[in-house]
Design a protein around this ligand. Structure first.
Ligand code: TEU
Length: 525
C-alpha cells in the first residue's frame, strides 16, 4: 500500500491561506489578495509547494466566503479577477501552485439561482435546491439537523414550502440529483482552471448528494454519541445515514476527477471522516485525488495508543491521504498538542507518502488567539452556540511583526481582534532566531526536498521502544517520541541526525526526548 501514486501533489507541502486573516493589502482590516501576493516571497522562503486559498468569490460573508453569491467573480473585499491572475502568475513563477476552494454543497441565499427558486414553485430554478412540503405547517419535512445546530430546514412563507440547508439558513443546499446543477458546477470548475488555478479543495466533499427518500436519520444510542460542545453538538447525536455520504457522491467525485485530470489539476476533499478505511474506499473508487485525514484534528487516541498508531493505521489504508493538524475550523494544533509535540507530528507526517498541509501560523507554533465574547464573528456562535467552541480563535490575524496591526493591517482594528500575540509569536522575530519554530519548520520543509528517500523509497515501520513511532524509507529514518519518557533509539549501523525538532545543532543519534522527533540517515560506504 506504500507505493506513491499521483501527480505533482504527491509529496508536496501545502499551506492553507485563510484569506480574511492572512494579510490586508488595502488597510481596511480584512485580508485580501494583494496582501497575499505581497507574502509570496515569505511562502517561497518557507518552502511550501502549494497554497490552498479559502473562498475569494462574491459573498455576503455570513460564513466568511463559504456562502457564495457569484462563483464567477472575486468579492471586492478580497480584490479583483486581475489580482487572481497576478497571484497565479507570481506564485507559479516561484514554483508554487495554487488551489481554490470549491463550495458547492450549498450556495448563498443571495445567489440568483436561489433568489429565483424561491419566487414560485414552478420557477425553472426551483429544482436547483431541495424544496419540500412540511409534515405540517410548523413541522419540517424530516428530522435532519444542520451541522451548525438547529433544524436543517427553513420554512419560506412566499411559497409555503421548506428548503434544506445542512449549514445555516443563509446556505441553502443544492439538489445534486438535478443534472443541471452538475453541469453548472462543471462550468464553474472549468472557468477557474482555465484561469490557471491548479485545482480545488472540495468543501464538505461527503455532503452534496442526499437520499431523496428524505427519511429521518436514526438517533444514535447515547454511548455512541461523540461528546462535542457548542452548536455542532446536535449533529453528532445522529447516524447520518440519509443526509451525507450517499452512494451518488461517488459519481460526482469520479466526474470531477476526470475533468481535473484533463487539466493536470489536483482535487482534495474535505470530509470529517476519521476512519481511513472509508477514505481509502473513496480513493480506490477513482474519487478525488486525495482526502484530508482528520485523525490528528478530530479523533481522540485511545488509552495505550499514540497519534503514531493513528498514522500507522491511516497509511496502511492508503498512500494518497493528506496530512494535517489544523485548519480554520478547529482549535490550533499547538493549543491541542503543545507546539513541540505538534512539530514532532509534522515531522512524522512529512516523510509519509501523501500531501502535507500546514495551516497559516502553524509554522510559528501559534496557539489559539484570544477573542473576547463580544467580538466573536463565527456564525456557529452567533446562531446561539457556545462561545467556548468558537472557530475565531484559529482565525485571528496572522502576526507578521510586533507592534500595532501586527503587520497584518495598517488599520487600527482588524475584522477580528489581534488575538493577544507576543512579539515572539511573529514572523519578524522568529525569522531572526535560528532556534525558533519558524526555522524548525523551514528546515523540515527543505529536508523533504533534499532527502529523496523521504519521497520515493518504500516505507517500513521500525520496531521502536515504547512511545516511539519510527519508520524507515531507504537510508532515512524518521522517529518521534510521543510517549512520556526519554527513549533510546538504537539502530544497527552508523547514523547521522539531520534534523531534531528540539536541537537544530544535533547530529549524534541515540536518545530521543518526549515530544522530540528526529530525521536521520545511514552512512553507506
Ligand atoms: O467546514 C465543514 C464543517 O462542517 C466543519 O469543519 C465544521 O466547521 C466543524 O465541524 C465545526 O467545528 C467547511 C468549511 O471549512 C467551514 O469553514 C464552513 O463553515 C463550512 O464548510 C460550510 O461551508
Amino acid at each position: 500500500m506504500n507505493t506513491v501514486q499521483g501527480g505533482w501533489w504527491a509529496n508536496a507541502v501545502g499551506y492553507e491561506v485563510y484569506l480574511p486573516s492572512f494579510c490586508d493589502g488595502n488597510g481596511d482590516g480584512w485580508g485580501d489578495l494583494p496582501g497575499l501576493i505581497g507574502k509570496l516571497d515569505y511562502l517561497e522562503w518557507l518552502g511550501v509547494d502549494l497554497l490552498w486559498v479559502t473562498p475569494f468569490y462574491v459573498s455576503p460573508m455570513h460564513d466568511n466566503g463559504y456562502d457564495i453569491a457569484d462563483y464567477y467573480n472575486v468579492d471586492a473585499r478580497f480584490g479583483t479577477l486581475d489580482d487572481i491572475k497576478q497571484l497565479l502568475t507570481q506564485a507559479h513563477a516561484r514554483g508554487i501552485r495554487v488551489i481554490g476552494d470549491l463550495v458547492v454543497n450549498h450556495t448563498s441565499d443571495e445567489h440568483p439561482w436561489f433568489q429565483m427558486s424561491r419566487i414560485s414553485r414552478n420557477n425553472p430554478y426551483r429544482d436547483y435546491y431541495l424544496w419540500r412540503h412540511g409534515q405540517a405547517d410548523d413541522r419540517p419535512p424530516n428530522n435532519w439537523v444542520a451541522t451548525f445546530g438547529g433544524p436543517a430546514w427553513t420554512y419560506d412563507p412566499a411559497t409555503g414550502e421548506w428548503y434544506a440547508h445542512l449549514f445555516t439558513p443563509q446556505q441553502p443546499d443544492l439538489d445534486w440529483s438535478n443534472p443541471k446543477v452538475a453541469d453548472e458546477v462543471e462550468a464553474i470548475m472549468r472557468f477557474w482552471l482555465d484561469q490557471g488555478l491548479d485545482g480545488f479543495r472540495v468543501d464538505t466533499a461527503h455532503y452534496l448528494a442526499k437520499d431523496l427518500s428524505l427519511s429521518d436519520n436514526p438517533r444514535l444510542p447515547d454511548d455512541r454519541v461523540r461528546v462535542i460542545g457548542g452548536a455542532v453538538a446536535d449533529w453528532y447525536k445522529y447516524d447520518h445515514r440519509h443526509d451525507i455520504g450517499q452512494p451518488a457522491l461517488r459519481d460526482i467525485h469520479r466526474r470531477w476527477r476526470m475533468l481535473a485530470d484533463d487539466y493536470n489539476a489536483f482535487l482534495i476533499g474535505e470530509t470529517h471522516i476519521v476512519d481511513p478505511a472509508v477514505l481509502a474506499d473513496y480513493l480506490a473508487d477513482n474519487g478525488l485525488h486525495s482526502y484530508f485525514y482528520f485523525g490528528l484534528i478530530q479523533s481522540e487516541v485511545e488509552s495505550g495508543q499514540t497519534e503514531g498508531d493513528l498514522l500507522r493505521a491511516a497509511i496502511a489504508s492508503s498512500s494518497n491521504l493528506s496530512w494535517t493538524q489544523s485548519n480554520h475550523d478547529w482549535a490550533r494544533a499547538a493549543s491541542r498538542y503543545g507546539a513541540e509535540r505538534a512539530l514532532a507530528l509534522t515531522t512524522l507526517t512529512i516523510g509519509l507518502p501523501g500531501t502535507l498541509f500546514l495551516y497559516q501560523g502553524d509554522e510559528l507554533g501559534l496557539v489559539n488567539g484570544t477573542v473576547p465574547a463580544e467580538h466573536v464573528q463565527d456564525p456557529l456562535v452567533l446562531r446561539g452556540g457556545n462561545y467556548q467552541h468558537n472557530r475565531d480563535v484559529s482565525r485571528t490575524p496572522m502576526p507578521w511583526r510586533p507592534g500595532p496591526g501586527l503587520g497584518f493591517t495598517t488599520a487600527p482594528h482588524a475584522w477580528l481582534p489581534f488575538g493577544g500575540r507576543d512579539p515572539v509569536d511573529t514572523v519578524a522575530v522568529q525569522a531572526k532566531n535560528s532556534h525558533s519554530m519558524l526555522h524548525a519548520h523551514r528546515r523540515l520543509l527543505r529536508l523533504r526536498r533534499s532527502l529523496p528517500d523521504l519521497r520515493g523509497a518504500t516505507l517500513v515501520w521500525i520496531d521502536a521502544p515504547e512511545g516511539v513511532t519510527a519508520y524507515r524509507r531507504g537510508n532515512t529514518v524518521v522517529a518521534a517520541n510521543l510517549g512520556p519518557t526519554t527513549a533510546q533509539l538504537n539502530l544497527p549501523g552508523s547514523w547521522r541526525v539531520h534534523y531534531s525538532t528540539l536541537d537544530p545543532d544535533r547530529s549524534v543519534p541515540g536518545t530521543i526526548a518526549p515530544h522530540e522527533a528526529l530525521i536521520q540517515t545511514q552512512f553507506t560506504s
